[in-house]
Structure formats: C-alpha cells, structure tokens
Design a protein around this ligand. Structure first.
Ligand code: UDP
Length: 269
C-alpha cells in the first residue's frame, strides 16, 4: 500500500490521488517510527487498545489480532501473556506483587466470561479469547515456523500425555523442553538454564495462578524473544484426562458454570 511517492515519480504528475497516497505514506511511516507497539496485521496498522476494569487494563484485540500482536512483539523482546479472569483481579487486589504483574503484562486477554460481561457493561463488544485456545494457536505458529516449544507444569503423567497428543496434532511440532510443575524454588535456576539451552520460542507455564505468573515475571527478561503464557489447567485438558466444558457452555461463556458443576459433583474430575 505505501506507493504514493513511487506513483508520483512514475506518473510525473501531482494528481490529487497521488497526493492522498503520499499523505498516507507519510502518516503511516511517522506512526511506525514513533510508536513501539505499532505493527501491521492484515496490512492494517495495529496498536494496543485496552480498557481498564477495576484498575487492570484488558486488551481489546480480536483473537487473530492478539495472536499477531504477540508474535510480532516477541520478535524483539520476550513477552508475558496473562489470561485474565475476575478471580485473578480479586487476587491482584489482595496481593500487590501479583497485581503489578497483571498491570505490566505485555498482553492481557479476556479469558473468562466475567471480563466479557464487564466490558459489555462499558458498551464494548469483545470477543472472548480462551487462554487454552490462544496457546494452541501459538503452538501451531511455532510448529509451522519450526521453532521450539517448552511445556513446564502439571503432573508428570499429565505432561507426558499432553506432549504426545500435541505431537500427534502438529506433526512438525518440536517440543524442545518439558518438565512437570512440582519443583522447589531451589530447582528454578537449573530449570531456567536448561530452558535457555534449548532456546524455546514459546514457553507454556501450567503451574496454576499465581505461581505461573510470578515465575514468568521473574525469569522472562533472561530470554531474548520468547513468548511466555500462563496456561493454568490446559495440559490437563490436552492430556485427555480433563474434559473442557461442552460446546454449548463455551458458546454461552459459561465454562465457569460447568466447572462449578464438576467441583460439586460426587465424582470429581
Ligand atoms: N500445578 C503445578 N505445580 C504446582 C501447582 C499446580 O504444576 O505447584 C499444575 C496442576 O497440576 C494443574 C495446573 O497447575 O495442571 C493448575 O490447574 P488449575 O486448573 O488449578 O489452574 P488455575 O485455575 O490456577 O488457572
């Protein structure tokens, strides 16, 4: 699209159309150099747009835009994606460190129905972005671009099953590191060193909230251009051991209701 100046030279005339192109050219180039968060998605200039809910900024990207944004941002720096829900906001209010992590994350996607509802109250119609599906899309991106994926978290058996199932789903997937999530703080240094040695593009942390967010925040800066996502119970689902809510619950944004039913059922998940 940035052809205004070329058109002027080729046509050797200064038509109003060419003039408009030239103005756009100038405007877009200026914005690109002055805004670090700017990027092109589907050839449209994108910026981070957020809405504050109870003191926490939530990104208003569509699913595709969020994927493109984080992939683009992680070309030059490591990023932390938080999949925010009302419980996390409540926790952030009680725990300053966690609250700061939520506020400073590189991408805050509206995972839960509660956030979608809160945005609706502000008159914003926002696509819900389930963290588990978002993480899958980034795995797919890594598989397609031959970049390593690391899985850190969950019980050993769950982790192994999740890795097997993901490899079946994405033939070209390279799981360059995996480790269960039951370790001591004194093991963290060795884990990080091993992770670094394997150079993952994506690190999925399934350590539960707030452990995973705190872990990512603590070590993210030691990596050059890695995408970190806290994915909660996603490995449990990918392992096949835990079922996600039926589609109808997901469509209505009521996954939380399904979880409540499971937790209160006599035969727990
Ligand atoms: N987990 C872990 N290490 C821990 C605590 C939890 O690896 O010290 C794992 C746990 O096995 C499960 C996931 O973290 O796979 C947490 O899932 P949950 O559904 O509780 O996630 P949350 O609701 O906290 O996002």
């Amino acid at each position: 699209g940035l052809v205004g100046s070329e058109m002027c030279i080729r046509d050797r005339c200064f038509s109003p159309t060419a003039f408009c192109f030239l103005l756009c050219d100038f405007f877009v180039k200026n914005r690109l150099t002055s805004n670090k968060n700017a990027l092109f998605v589907y050839n449209v200039l994108m910026e981070r747009r957020t809405k504050e809910i109870l003191g926490y900024n939530v990104d208003l990207f569509s699913f595709d835009e969020a994927v493109n944004y984080i992939v683009d941002k992680s070309q030059n720096a490591s990023t932390q994606t938080v999949t925010i829900n009302p419980e996390m906001i409540a926790f952030g209010d009680n725990d300053k460190e966690f609250g700061e992590i939520l506020k400073n994350a590189d991408l805050v996607i509206p995972d839960g129905f509660g956030i979608k509802l809160a945005l609706k109250i502000y008159g914003i119609s926002q696509e819900q972005i389930p963290g588990i599906e978002f993480a899958k899309r980034i795995i797919e991106y890594c598989a397609k671009t031959s970049q390593g994926v690391a899985l850190l978290g969950a019980k050993q058996e769950i982790l192994e099953k999740a890795c097997d199932n993901l490899k079946k789903e994405f033939e070209t997937l390279n799981i360059c590191y995996s480790r269960n999530g039951y370790f001591q703080e004194s093991d963290e240094r060795a884990i990080i060193d091993e992770l670094k040695a394997n150079n993952p593009k994506l690190v999925l942390c399934a350590l539960g909230v707030p452990k995973q967010e705190i872990f990512i925040k603590k070590y993210k800066s030691e990596f050059a251009n890695t995408i970190f996502i806290g994915v909660g119970g996603s490995f449990d689902v990918w392992s096949g051991e835990v079922k996600r809510a039926p589609k109808i619950f997901r469509k209505l944004g009521c996954e939380w209701l399904w979880s409540c039913l499971l937790y209160t059922s006599p035969s727990p998940r």
